[in-house]
Design a protein around this ligand. Structure first.
Ligand SMILES: Cc1cc2nc3c(=O)[nH]c(=O)nc-3n(C[C@H](O)[C@H](O)[C@H](O)COP(=O)(O)OP(=O)(O)OC[C@H]3O[C@@H](n4cnc5c(N)ncnc54)[C@H](O)[C@@H]3O)c2cc1C
Length: 411
């Protein structure tokens, strides 16, 4: 039975906030979830567009290492709600999961909408109230929560609050990072919000941009510093994005912030040895164009050949003047200079957020007793692969458990 003496406000109806609400309601709390948007879980639904990657099946130690510096801070929450628990939870909502060939875990329906619909129904049956079009704008002098609503300002006085407001990517889906100012004004330390799993800008020539915008470089290997990621990269009007780029985006972002630019090397035929390519490129060209020769001899797509031409142009050379060995070396390490990060509004996720130093083990803000935080609002980042949702769900559950314990102490 829920009890009004356990009245809790969750702000943010994304995966973290809804999971906190679920744990709280199971613990007998009287939960209201507020969200600024007209419907819940908009980013979760967007995540489902390309096939909802809920979590990953790799061993837990490997899984935890994906959170880099934040691993020690997320470990307990993820161990308490690990990938298998997330899969079981999804199955309990009628959405069976499967492991894809890359080890990523998806619901069989591949989408987020059936899962979200079932979840919202279940939360409703547990007594969780969902109040939409309520934008949280901070606290008033009495310490009550202030909301902007279509009917004017509203004040709410809960016993505890869970903030699950997300990061700052894709702001049109609801999470716009406006909370930074509110919490910073309360002395909460927030690491600057930055794009994660994002694209970068490149000064392509007009010819290359016009011809190849939107085209994928498939099965390439991208190397920066000591890190290599295989996968796909997509040429955009202003630069480059895609899964393999996202895999390196943290290292590239830090290098750009430090040095003003970063040079990425792209191996267009990562499985071919340089010697093998050199031999193929030493064959007679006959009457075919140089592009045609490259396409056949090195098995390169038009966009890959275009990229080679961009690199040659940038260093004042012509591709046709290179020796077969130099050409083979270029094919295996095409330098691409990245000038800046694409805007955070286009990033998949957000790095930075509420510093873990500000939180106790129960995810409560030390400076604001009774206020908990969960999800992408916290200072962690991870690659794509299900790690973002897993940490959002797991920290939501942890903040819910923390808030319950805190209430019990107070009653
Ligand atoms: C295109 C795309 C694809 C993705 N695909 C995947 C994937 O396949 N796998 C994966 O693991 N992750 C994926 N992600 C990331 C994942 O969706 C997020 O990490 C996750 O949604 C974060 O959950 P959250 O609850 O912390 O925040 P959010 O989902 O952002 O929810 C925050 C909520 O808070 C509300 N809010 C914000 N400010 C206020 C305010 N002031 N007042 C009231 N309400 C407010 C917002 O409206 C929003 O509903 C993807 C993201 C994008 C953009």
């Amino acid at each position: 039975m829920s009890s009004p003496s356990k009245k809790i406000t969750v702000i943010g109806a994304g995966p973290a906030g809804l999971m906190a609400a679920e744990v709280l309601a199971q613990g007998g709390a009287y939960v209201t979830v507020y969200d600024a948007m007209p419907s819940a879980g908009r980013k979760f639904l967007m995540a489902g567009r390309g096939g909802l990657n809920l979590t990953h099946s790799e061993p837990l130690s490997q899984f935890l290492a994906r959170y880099r510096e934040a691993t020690p801070h997320l470990k307990a929450a993820i161990e308490a709600f690990p990938p298998q628990a997330l899969r079981d939870w999804s199955e309990a909502q009628g959405q069976e999961t499967f492991v894809g060939s890359s080890g990523r875990v998806f619901p069989k329906a591949f989408k987020a909408s059936p899962l979200l619909r079932a979840w919202l129904r279940r939360l409703d049956s547990m007594g969780v109230r969902l109040v939409l079009r309520h934008r949280w704008t901070g606290w008033d002098e009495q310490g009550h929560l202030r909301f902007q609503t279509p009917d004017g300002p509203r004040v709410v006085e809960p016993r505890a609050t869970v903030l699950a407001l997300g990061g700052a990517s894709w702001p049109r889906l609801g999470s716009d990072g406006a909370w930074v100012e509110i919490l910073a004004a309360r002395g909460v330390h927030i690491s600057p919000l930055r794009p994660a799993n994002s694209g970068f800008t490149v000064s392509w020539s007009d010819i290359f941009r016009d011809r190849f915008e939107g085209q994928p470089l498939k099965a390439v290997a991208l190397t920066f510093d000591q890190h290599t990621v295989r996968g796909e990269a997509i040429i955009t009007r202003s630069g480059i994005e895609g899964g393999a780029i996202y895999g390196l985006s943290a290292e590239l972002r830090e290098a750009i912030l430090r040095d003003g630019q970063a040079t990425l090397n792209i191996a267009l035929r990562p499985d071919a040895a340089i010697g093998e390519l050199t031999a193929k490129l030493s064959a007679a060209k006959r009457k075919q164009s140089f592009s045609n020769f490259l396409r056949k001899a090195a098995n390169l797509s038009p966009v890959a050949i275009g990229l080679l031409q961009e690199a040659a142009k940038a260093s004042g050379m012509s591709l046709a003047s290179l020796s077969p060995a130099d050409l083979a070396r270029l094919i295996q390490a095409v330098p691409v200079q990245l000038n800046s990060m694409s805007p955070i509004a286009r990033a998949i996720s957000t790095a930075g957020g509420i510093s873990f130093d500000e939180l106790d083990d129960a995810f409560m803000l030390r400076r604001l007793p009774g206020v908990f935080a969960a999800g992408e609002i916290l200072d962690w980042e991870a690659p794509t692969g299900g790690y973002l949702l897993q940490a959002s769900f797991a920290t939501g559950a942890a903040a819910g458990r923390g808030a319950l314990k805190w209430l019990e102490r107070k009653i």
